[in-house]
Design a binder for this molecule. Structure first.
Ligand code: HEC
Length: 193
């Protein structure tokens, strides 16, 4: 089958674009002279990741009692008075205590107490994402207190627990063993179709 004319034109056009963009990018200046380097303060505001082992946790502390008051005013409207009622995500509950039957029963509520593998992630998530209309508005002490409150409501820390950067990573979550790190070689993975 011979090459049709429109197809040849397309291929020539593509070749021209390739050559031209190559020429342009070869001459691109090292800097474009726009913008400015981010300040250390600006980077610090965004660089807030907390790792599962607690790396990245800031100074500060909080207790369940302190967290209960903040929860009532800033969280209960969406997550329910005790964290079980909704209307948004259920945060509290240990059932089912045995096994991990979430795949068999998709109606089970995933909570911090039955599903989250790391306590440190509660701090990270609440600090970066909650409340949704003002993420980043909570102080680190408030986030520690809310984390203490949520872990206590899930029967994972005592009523008088002090949650801070040293105690939080030590909290063992019930779902911890149900998650494994993905150690597959990223480069060996097949691209998605
Ligand atoms: C305006 C409603 C609203 C308020 C207020 C709110 N949340 Fe949420 N929250 C949500 C929604 C919606 C989600 C689910 C977000 C998603 O899946 O992307 C969520 C998710 C969460 C989760 C993750 C649940 C899970 O298991 O995946 C946590 C933890 C959480 N919120 C804590 C809090 C805390 C603590 C506060 C108070 C500081 C708060 N939320 C305030 C609506 C709210």
């Amino acid at each position: 089958m011979g090459m049709t004319r429109p197809r040849l034109v397309c291929q020539l056009a593509a070749l021209l674009v390739f050559v031209l963009t190559g020429a342009v990018s070869a001459q691109a200046p090292a800097r474009f002279g726009i913008g400015r380097p981010a300040t250390p303060q600006e980077i610090a505001r965004l660089d807030i990741d907390v790792m599962p082992d607690g790396t990245g946790l800031p100074p500060g502390r909080g207790t369940p009692a302190e967290g209960a008051a903040i929860y009532a005013s800033k969280c209960a409207a969406c997550h329910g008075k005790t964290g079980r009622e909704g209307p948004n995500d259920v945060l509290v509950g240990r059932e089912p205590r045995e096994g991990f039957p979430f795949a068999q029963n998709p109606r089970l509520a995933h909570t911090i107490g039955n599903y989250w593998p790391y306590a440190t992630t509660v701090f990270d998530y609440v600090r970066r994402a909650m409340p949704p209309m003002a993420p980043g508005s909570l102080t680190d002490d408030e986030v520690y207190a809310l984390t203490a409150f949520l872990l206590n409501a899930n029967e994972l820390v005592a009523n008088d627990a002090v949650v801070d950067r040293s105690t939080l990573p030590a909290v063992k979550m019930p779902a911890r063993e149900h998650f494994v790190p993905d150690t597959r070689d990223q480069t060996a993975r097949k691209p998605r179709p």
